[in-house]
Design a protein around this ligand. Structure first.
Ligand SMILES: [Zn+2]
Length: 446
């Protein structure tokens, strides 16, 4: 069978193995994705996995790849990823064996999980790469969700491990550490007085699950890339919130598979799935203007009533949006690391687009863009407007801290920019192209 064939080849040297895979890709195209005879059945049906190693110039394989072949490679990678057999080879098994000392330090950190200075990178190292599982499990406990919803802790752990595994650790930015960071930020927002007074356990449950899964199975490229490479997800979701829809549906798949809420009524489970969807879909940055103007008019009218479940859920959407783009509101040490990671992911996409003549996406060209320009544009057009409104809604010490870091970090990047260009540079105009409707609220700084 095909399985046997692959097994035999797996023992050959890596270059040969790669060549074999590319040959298979060329010959079989999409067929293997549909008929997986001989392969271990996999729990999830689809992955938008794009293994960039296959594109790297130092890779052993140098098949001439047209845009058409890129499509084939994508679908093959999806197949590769969904085979446990291959996974076993490429993904090291992150076991739960923790050094006692590290374990102790991680536990110590969790006591301060509500601090805005929480160092998620350190926590991830201390937990041996299990930050998302450890942090989310801890938060479920802290918020009394395990008791309130009578959750089976084994099922909960299994669910969280599956969530963590479905993030791509090869992505410089959109990986499980980002998800853990967003979940930690969400926890900080849930603790804010206005919210903590009015939220129900159900709201907290949805918020934490949505935060932990909001970028699930992210391929490390953006929606325009998926559209121009005719990725099946772009077709499936009709080129609209393609990634966010996929994150949501992947989360639903894992929720169902884990049976974590099997003891709840079907009605409640369906409600949960759709409300998690509303939260995750709100993280589509291209929709920011719609959410922001709604938020602004509520604040202008002063008509937000948190006893109203609809209003609470709208605020939770805004909170998740803030958590998702709060990197510039962290301390410089943390914020800078995130900036480097996200730029690395953008430039990586740009390199591939260049190599395969796909047209380089905005912000993705390492020849013309700088990390400072990208950050200043991001802060000016997306982060500042959002956090200014959030501070109007929740004018607390945390909001002031976040705005304080935002100002300082922007000044730091401007300093970097001045050093690099000798002054005169402005925020990245690519953000204007991306969502020009956001601009009117924020005067351009020059
Ligand atoms: Zn995200």
């Amino acid at each position: 069978s095909l399985c046997f064939l692959l097994c035999s080849f797996a023992f050959l040297s890596l270059p040969l193995f790669h060549t074999f895979i590319s040959l298979l890709t060329l010959f079989l195209g999409d067929v293997r994705v549909r008929s997986r005879a001989g392969f271990e059945t996999e729990r999830r049906g689809s992955h938008p996995y794009i293994d960039f190693r296959i594109f790297h110039s130092n890779s052993e394989i140098e098949v001439s790849v047209s845009a058409r072949n890129v499509r084939r490679l994508l679908s093959f990678q999806r197949y590769l990823r969904s085979s446990r057999f291959f996974r076993g080879i490429t993904v090291p098994n992150s076991s739960n064996i923790l050094d006692d000392d590290y374990n102790g330090q991680a536990k110590c950190m969790l006591e301060k999980v509500g601090n805005w200075n929480f160092d998620i990178f350190l926590f991830d190292r201390l937990t041996n790469g299990n930050s998302l599982v450890s942090l989310t499990f801890h938060l479920f406990n802290l918020h009394g969700l395990i008791e309130h919803f009578q959750l089976d802790t084994m099922k909960l752990r299994r669910f969280l491990v599956m969530v963590q595994e479905d993030y791509h650790s090869q992505n410089p930015y959109h990986n499980a550490v980002h998800a853990a960071d967003v979940t930690q930020a969400m926890h900080c927002y849930l603790k804010e007085p206005k919210l903590s007074e009015s939220l129900t356990p159900w709201d907290v449950l949805l918020s934490l699950i949505a935060a932990a899964t909001h970028d699930l199975d992210h391929p490390g490229v953006n929606q325009p890339f998926l559209i121009k490479t005719n990725h099946y997800l772009a077709t499936l979701y009709k080129n609209t919130s393609v990634l966010e829809n996929h994150h949501w549906r992947s989360a639903v798949g894992l929720l169902r598979e884990s049976g974590l809420f099997a003891h709840m009524s079907l009605e409640n489970r369906q409600l949960m799935e759709s409300q998690i969807g509303d939260l995750i879909l709100a993280t589509d940055i291209s929709q920011q203007n719609e959410y922001l103007s709604m938020f602004r008019s509520h604040l202008d009218r002063g008509d937000l009533c948190l006893e109203d479940a609809n209003h609470r859920h709208f605020i939770l959407q805004m909170a998740l949006k803030c958590a998702d783009i709060c990197n510039p509101c962290r301390t410089w040490e943390l914020s800078k690391q995130w900036s480097e990671k996200v730029t690395e992911e953008f430039f990586h996409q740009g390199d591939i687009e260049k190599k395969y003549h796909l047209g380089v996406s905005p912000l993705c060209d390492r020849q013309t863009e700088t990390i400072a320009n990208i950050q200043i544009g991001f802060m000016t057009y997306l982060v500042e407007p959002l956090f200014a409104e959030w501070a109007r809604f929740s004018n607390t010490r945390l909001s002031q801290t976040m705005l304080g870091h935002l100002g300082l970090n922007k000044a730091s990047w401007k300093g970097v920019q001045r050093e690099q260009s000798g002054g005169g540079e402005d925020a990245d105009p690519a953000f204007e192209e991306m969502d020009s409707d956001i601009l009117p609220q924020e005067p351009r700084l020059s």
